[in-house]
Design a protein around this ligand. Sequence first.
Ligand code: CA
Length: 334
Amino acid sequence: MPYTDIDFEKPGKQVGNIDFPHSIHTDAWGVLPIPVCVIKNGTGPTIILQGGNHGDEYEGPIILGELVRDLDPARVSGRLIILPTINRPAIEAGNRCSPLDGLNFNRTFPGKLTGSITEQLSSYVHDALFPLADAFIDLHSGGSSLNMMPSAIIEPCKDSNLAQKIRAAVMAFGAPMNVVISNYGDPRTSTAAAVRAGLVTVGTELGGAATVTPQALEIGRNGVFNLLAHLGVLEEKPEPTLLQATPVHQISGADAYVRASETGVFEPFHKLGDKVEAGQGAGRIHFLSDPEKAPVELVYARKGVVYGLRQPGNVRPGNCCVVIATRCQEQVIA
Ligand code: CA
């Protein structure tokens, strides 16, 4: 069973590990230590802050590491449970999925206590931590295969009361763009599971391309403090300008993704943030070993803004080349 010395009820700041027994060839009775920090002071809500869900998305772990080192517990009203690198094996490998069992942590919720190591991590977050919390923030970026417009993410929610709180929290984060993302309707992500558990849930996409940018870091840092102020855990109030409603976009369905139809090299026609029309060319796939063969063009199925772009040039059928976000009506949120 996972074990920790951290006392989740004790006031002050504690930094330690959650140890997951991990019996392998080179270490029969060893554990996989996952860093955790609990900051508790006074009364107020409990917020889980998670980074390193995917191991090639670095802004979350950097921002949460700063919080662990720098946040004075006296400033907090309530409790923060900070997991800067929940998927530590993936972070150390710089890989989206865990090198230990090949699983994508963010497709394993609600997890399984008797499952593989990644399923045990998600099971702990779901079964041990979610019940302690009022709100959950999961800091993502685009990772190795995608670059994204820095944005805060609204996870769809059927409960209209919770959906309103989620929308307000995402707005308070103050990212330049807010996007409703359902991940093809997948119920196995940590944010989908957090919403089902009734938590006020905020996601992010802070850039990507397996790099770190100062711009995305700044949006993420400000966003976390704005959100904690909005939730009543920090006293500072967000700048009034940040509370102005940013237009909400959505990735509205399968046709929001432009996917490769051939094996080859993808040449995009647009850059992040460009406005595009349905039927317009999105890019073309080149066949480098067959110079006589004409490239095949891909087209946008819907109007919107270029929100995500594939990073590696090489593609095979089904690869996501471009993601289009579309302005949405308010009722989509509820
Ligand atoms: Ca991600």
